[in-house]
Design a protein around this ligand. Structure first.
Ligand code: UDX
Ligand code: ADP
Length: 462
């Protein structure tokens, strides 16, 4: 039985996943390590607002297990040495250089981890890939590990994480399924069983699926591609709805009642974001191309093309509606995170909308309940559209929405935070310039009520 686990990478996946394993398995020592000292310090902070990842319910889980059998540390070698099972949960961004630039996953962090494990390990280990990875990464990790020549035996498992941010804790407590891929050899099966036994502490056996490594790796990419495709599909219909007088919410409801289609993931929006969807589809496209499967590659690439279009046309519509110029106009952004209940901003639509509007010399005023100014500027600067100074001039953050919206020409709702629905919209209206516009990129607010107050209200897909 496994008694000591280590997880390399204390991010949005590694942190919450290990906290839940530790909470559910008090008999297992779980150590989460990261090179980033600031991150580890934040995980160890007594102030729950300081945790590096915001997730509803997470602080309580961390509090219960931390110091008991959950530890956060920068001592990577020590943790590897002590553990019988090592999860790799480091970032795998899209490559920004060389072959496969903009498409393939950058596996340098994974490879560095594998080499570190190979260097440090003195006893047999089960290595679990938790990060979403291109198919056949397990085999690369295995190559590196088995060629160390120190006699240590490694088993590589693929155990993709399906949690969604904002609902991570609930998803981890009650997963739809847990997927574990491993070798078909007796040693491989034994390693799979060791991981099954951990999850079986709280997940019903019939929800724990075991497959070969390749199926497991590809299932993760496929699940994300299908989910993203649903969003792009409904977003494509939203543009058609705007032309024809149909209402995309009504269409979504009507098709969602078909049990073969189902009601989830049919919410038209300003475009999907997050660290996974775009990256995983690009990955899929790259893999398909590398096998010469151009039709397959083009098919999936269209999901991203549609998403880019949805973001672009949202920004264009703001400019057009504000009499073809936003130069010098204050536009308030409600929300910067890529979805509600997270402080994660990776690939958030807000970044791209802000970028387009700043290019038109608009002045952006942002309020997000969980995202700080430092992050917002970092996101914009990463696009390298203009100098950091110019970005700084083009965007300002506020501690509340009322201040952000004061004297604004328009409001853009970019994240579906619940609190936006509870505002005193009359008060916001009174303090805006007239006509006062709302561009609701999440179809979140009450159109009738806002129009009664006097707003010019525009939603997606109606
Ligand atoms: C996703 C997968 O859901 C999860 O299983 C996987 O492990 C990681 O990637 P995540 O990116 O955290 O999770 O959030 P998700 O809820 O999938 O939302 C992704 C994006 O799609 C968000 O920007 C969200 O606002 C958008 N979205 C989602 C829509 O625009 N409409 C919808 O109907 C659903
Ligand atoms: P995810 O959303 O997949 O969890 P994050 O970027 O939030 O991704 O987290 C990945 C973490 O992995 C980062 O905190 C990063 O510092 C850490 N990391 C990357 N490479 C290594 C490494 N070789 N050793 C330890 N930690 C690493």
């Amino acid at each position: 039985m496994i008694k000591n686990i280590c997880c390399i990478g204390a991010g949005y996946v590694g942190g919450p996943t290990m906290a839940v394993i530790a909470q559910k398995c008090p008999h297992i020592k779980v150590t989460v390590v990261d090179l980033n000292e600031e991150r580890i310090n934040s995980w160890n902070s007594e102030d729950e607002n300081e945790l590096p990842v915001y997730e509803p319910g997470l602080a309580a889980v961390v509090k219960e297990a931390r110091g008991r059998n959950l530890f956060f540390s920068t001592a990577v070698d020590q943790a590897i040495d002590d553990a019988e099972m090592i999860f790799i949960s480091v970032n795998t961004p899209t490559k920004t250089y060389g072959v496969g630039k903009g498409m393939a996953a950058d596996l340098k962090y994974i490879e560095l981890c594998a080499r570190q494990i190979a260097r440090v390990a003195k006893s047999d280990k089960i290595v679990v890939e938790k990060s979403t990875l291109p198919v056949r990464t397990a085999s690369a990790i295995k190559d590196i590990l088995t060629n160390t020549g120190n006699g240590v035996q490694f088993q590589i498992l693929s155990n993709p994480e399906f949690l969604a941010e904002g609902t991570a804790v609930a998803d981890l407590f009650q997963p739809d399924r847990v997927l574990i891929g491993g070798d078909t050899t007796p040693e491989g099966q034994k390693a799979i069983q060791a991981l099954v036994d951990i999850y079986a502490n709280w997940v019903p056996q019939d929800k724990i699926l075991t497959t070969n490594v390749w199926s497991s790796e590809l299932s993760k990419l496929t699940a994300n591609a299908f989910l993203a495709q649903r969003v792009s599909s409904i977003n494509a219909m939203s543009e058609l709805c705007e032309q024809t007088g149909a209402d995309v919410n009504e269409v979504a409801k009507a098709i969602g009642l078909d049990s073969r289609i189902g009601p989830k993931f049919l919410k038209a929006s300003v475009g999907f974001g997050g660290s996974c969807f775009q990256k995983d589809i690009l990955n899929l496209v790259y893999i398909a191309k590398s096998y010469g499967l151009h039709e397959v590659a083009d098919y999936w690439e269209q999901v991203i093309i549609m998403n880019d279009h949805q973001k672009r046309r949202f920004a264009k519509n703001i400019i057009k509606t504000l009499y073809n110029t936003v130069s010098g106009k204050k536009i308030a952004f409600l929300g910067w995170a890529f979805k509600k209940d997270t402080n994660d901003t990776r690939e958030s639509a807000a970044i791209y909308i802000a970028n387009d509007l700043i290019s038109e010399q608009a002045s952006i005023a942002v309020f997000d309940p969980k995202v700080e100014e430092k992050q917002i500027l970092k996101d914009l600067n990463a696009l390298e559209t203009r100098s950091a100074e110019t970005n700084q001039k083009g965007i300002q953050t506020f501690q509340n929405s009322y201040d952000a919206c004061e004297k604004a020409h328009a409001i853009a709702v970019l994240t579906e935070w619940d609190e936006f629905k509870t505002y005193d919209w009359q008060k916001i209206y009174d303090n805006m310039l007239k006509p006062a516009f709302i561009f609701d990129g999440r179809n979140l607010l009450d159109k009738n009520k806002l129009e009664e107050i006097g707003f010019v209200y525009q939603a997606i897909g109606s």
